[in-house]
Design a protein around this ligand. Structure first.
Ligand code: SF4
Length: 267
């Protein structure tokens, strides 16, 4: 997949997050901050210098984030974090203005989304993909019924870090465009069992929903044996397992297409 990295962009309008559920225990934001010796606590959310990135232009006046890109949004925090409530309305304005881009965010706070969406959200913005993250059965049983009930144009379920087996069957309906599964990374990662992954795959196939195995995690159990997988191989090893179902070449649901037209494009 490496040949397609040029179609992605990152936008982290704020950084820092508070832990809310078991999946947050070894949060990579905290790990990265520690690694880089940050003097500000990872739990303190602050705006970044790239807050306005979607509106920034190069010297030749072209967009810094070129049209058609998939923008991974708020990956060093949670887009629906309460501490960011006063900043988010400006983000929605940028997202609406740049409807020539796709904005993809993951959240563990799906229960807050209707407090956070803009007044003209309606059935959801066409260019926003929301990934509801669950890490165990308890979180799946809490978050996914809420997720299913929400007006969102593009929905994915992210089972990551997968720390127990999960049964998603009650929550797999035609509105779910993809399920993506992965183990935990980091020195203290909790193990992920390949049997759990295969089980979710079967659940998805039974409902004809695309399934992606995106990373093994650092401790991976297969056939009863635990493997330590270095960070640099966690994605490629998952890809090598070759168990994806109805997955295209991009890291977004296949249903998501470049539907933007020049006539929609504000410039
Ligand atoms: S919600 Fe995400 S970013 Fe926030 S603490 Fe949990 S794992 Fe980290």
């Amino acid at each position: 997949m490496s040949e397609h990295w040029e179609i992605y962009a990152d936008w982290n309008p704020w950084h820092g997050c508070t832990k809310i559920s078991p999946g947050c225990k070894y949060c990579y934001v905290y790990r990265q901050d520690e690694m880089y010796g940050s003097e500000i606590a990872s739990s303190v959310c602050r705006k970044t210098g790239n807050f306005n990135l979607p509106l920034k232009r190069k010297r030749d006046r072209s967009w810094k984030i070129e049209s058609g890109k998939i923008v991974f949004t708020c990956f060093t925090s949670d887009f629906l974090l309460k501490d960011a409530d006063e900043w988010r309305p400006d983000c929605w304005k940028m997202i609406k203005y740049r409807r020539d881009l796709w904005f993809f965010f993951f959240t563990k706070r799906i229960d807050r989304i209707m407090e956070c969406v803009p007044p003209d959200w309606g059935d959801g913005y066409d260019n926003v993909i929301v990934g509801c993250t669950v890490e165990n059965q308890e979180m799946a049983d809490y978050r996914l019924p809420i997720f299913l009930s929400l007006p969102i144009k593009h929905k994915t379920i992210i089972v990551s870090p997968m720390i127990t087996a999960v049964n998603l069957t009650p929550y797999l309906d035609e509105t779910i465009e993809e399920v993506s599964v992965g183990g935990e990374s980091g020195a203290e990662a909790r193990p992920c069992n390949y049997d759990w992954i295969l089980s979710v795959r079967e659940q998805c196939i039974a409902k004809d929903i695309p399934f992606r195995f995106h990373q093994t995690g650092a401790r991976f159990i297969k056939d009863g044996k635990m493997y330590r997988v270095p960070r640099c191989y966690q994605l490629s090893q998952a890809h090598k397992a070759n168990i994806d179902y109805k997955i295209g070449k991009y890291l977004v649901p296949e249903k998501v297409r470049y539907e933007w037209k020049d006539s929609d494009y504000h410039d």
